[in-house]
Design a protein around this ligand. Structure first.
Ligand SMILES: Cc1cc2nc3c(=O)[nH]c(=O)nc-3n(C[C@H](O)[C@H](O)[C@H](O)COP(=O)(O)OP(=O)(O)OC[C@H]3O[C@@H](n4cnc5c(N)ncnc54)[C@H](O)[C@@H]3O)c2cc1C
Length: 502
């Protein structure tokens, strides 16, 4: 085809830039030339160390061996996120990956559990989730299937050092033909009529032209916003946290296979255990807490000695009005920001790359294609946003104005409907394309203290005795399998111990 895209220019060499370069080079390598511009003087955001299980698809597409990846990125295993103090002070629950129990007949597992609970059963819904039980015991071993039980095996994601991931993906990209240019973009030339990007001017005087430009320049949105003035939809009224302080600290044992999120007075604190250190950060709202107070909270709640001074980061939650504008596609922080409560940003980069490949344009840049890309991206961003807002809104805390305001705020209408339907009937509204499925919503709804008034009537097709046996059998098989798994640290030492010098 004569009007095929010949050259793609990526601006930015953070996680988003190198993920995009490595996947495009792998999938489209012979068809296009790829040049990535990054500036060591500017640097990357330097956070983004917890993922969700879809990250494993990225490794598969890139042909990366999991153990090699973990060994080169100080990586550890993540089986879910433990939320402390979110519903009420003293509460703790896990949003575990994987499944809860197994379906029976036409129903998923949890209606049977709800029915048993209504009859006085005191088991926790997490007793039926292998990821959750293994996480509690700091256990891990790869396990795709669970014998002939019909249960899902272990479903892992990873924690890793973000700067090592960028380095790893850079090596891979360059080996696959991506050209890296060191330099600062200081000007963007637009076509006088179409407004399309024609070329980028670097500080050293070099000009870089291309057909398709990918903006991975971080919060500044160098192309999508500064040059193309796309506009930003601000979601601060739903998610008012606008600052973070990040600090690494020394590791402590045991090496927990989960991210921890502890709600604080006006935000929350993350804890991400890697092989060589623990990453920590305090996400907070400057409307409710000063930077000095936030620093005190962060340092007081570390479980090892800090290894640096806390580093401040500022952000505004929301999204670009369009993710693709003219011949520019924004990925990563340049496209918008949702706080890392459910570790979704890296995944949103990944699904943006998939979508770009699905809708890869030619030089005509068909408007309908661009509209569809934007429609899907907006849907995905908004459905993740609603899941995050749920954590804030469904709280019973009375100890600080921040939490009282979050409970009393009005939330996006689809979320209101979801909460009401679950509260009344135990059903979850969701679309096939949603990132977070029923099992995720159920855990967070229950974890935040929303318990349904009813359960699905079909769960009464089996007798109470059969239901008790069904649940008891699942609990037992999961408990005994979890107990037999390896210790998380032992597993890493044996299969993917960090490569010296990383
Ligand atoms: C506090 C916080 C915690 C987070 N935690 C998580 C998490 O646990 N999990 C998760 O999935 N995500 C998380 N994220 C998001 C995650 O960090 C990002 O999605 C990811 O790092 C991608 O960032 P990026 O590559 O878009 O931007 P950056 O890392 O900021 O990279 C921008 C790049 O653009 C280059 N650049 C900028 N301007 C120019 C210029 N003029 N010329 C040349 N180059 C330029 C820079 O040099 C750099 O290479 C977190 C984000 C924040 C703020």
């Amino acid at each position: 085809m004569s009007d095929s895209i010949e050259k793609v220019v990526i601006v930015g060499g953070g996680t988003a830039g190198w993920m995009t370069a490595s996947v495009l080079a792998r999938v489209m390598g012979p068809l296009i030339r790829i040049e990535l511009i990054e500036s060591d003087d500017i640097g990357t955001v330097g956070v983004g160390e917890a993922t969700i299980p879809q990250i494993r698809l990225l490794l598969r597409v890139l042909g990366i061996d999991e153990n090699d990846f973990l060994a080169n990125t100080q990586g550890s295993i993540k089986l879910g996120i433990r939320f402390n103090n979110w519903g009420k002070l003293g509460d703790s629950y896990i949003h575990a990956f994987g499944e809860l129990g197994r379906p029976l007949g036409m129903l998923s597992f949890y209606p049977y559990w709800l029915r048993a609970r209504a009859a006085g059963d005191e088991s926790s819904v997490w007793d039926y989730c292998l990821n959750a039980v293994a996480a509690d015991q700091n256990k891990y071993e790869p396990m795709e299937t669970f014998g002939n039980t019909g249960l899902t095996g272990i479903v892992p994601a990873y924690h890793f050092d973000a700067s090592l991931v960028a380095r790893y993906l850079r090596r891979l990209s360059e080996a696959n033909g991506v050209v890296r240019t060191e330099g600062k973009v200081v000007d963007v030339s637009l076509h006088p009529e179409s407004g399309f990007i024609e070329s980028l001017a670097l500080e050293n005087g070099k000009a870089v032209d291309g057909d398709l430009f990918i903006d991975c320049s971080g919060f500044r949105g160098l192309l999508i916003e500064q040059a193309l003035e796309t506009g930003y939809e601000d979601w601060t009224h739903w998610l008012p946290c606008n600052r973070a302080l990040a600090v690494p600290c020394e590791s402590v044992e045991p090496l927990t296979p989960y991210t921890q999120s502890t709600a604080q007075e006006a935000g929350w604190q993350w804890r991400i255990p890697l092989q060589h250190r623990t990453g920590n950060g305090h996400v907070y709202s400057s409307e409710y807490l000063s930077d000095d107070e936030a620093r005190v909270v962060l340092l007081k709640n570390l479980d090892g000695k800090p290894l640096a001074d806390p580093r401040p980061i500022r952000f505004t939650t929301g999204r670009r009005k369009r993710f693709w504008n003219r011949n520019c596609v924004a990925l990563g922080l340049a496209s918008g920001f949702l706080e890392p409560l459910e570790s979704t940003s890296i995944h949103l980069v990944q699904s943006g790359i998939d979508r770009l490949i699905k809708y890869f344009p030619d030089k005509a840049f068909d408007a309908a294609t661009i509209d569809e890309f934007n429609r899907e991206s907006i849907y995905e961003f908004e459905s993740v946003r609603d899941f995050i807002v749920l954590h804030y809104h469904a709280n019973e805390r009375t100890d600080s104005p921040f939490w009282i305001d979050r409970r009393e705020m009005s939330v996006p209408e689809p979320l209101t409907r979801k909460i009401e339907l679950f509260r009344r009937t135990g059903r979850i509204l969701h679309d096939d394309g949603d990132l977070f499925k029923e099992v995720a919503w159920v855990q967070v709804m229950l974890g935040q203290g929303i318990y349904p008034e009813q359960f699905h009537p079909l769960s009464e097709r089996i007798s109470e005795q059969q239901n008790t046996e069904f649940l008891g059998g699942l609990r037992q098989v999961i408990a005994s399998r979890a107990a037999s798994l390896s210790d998380h640290r032992d597993y890493l030492n044996k299969h993917c111990a960090a490569v010296e010098g990383t």
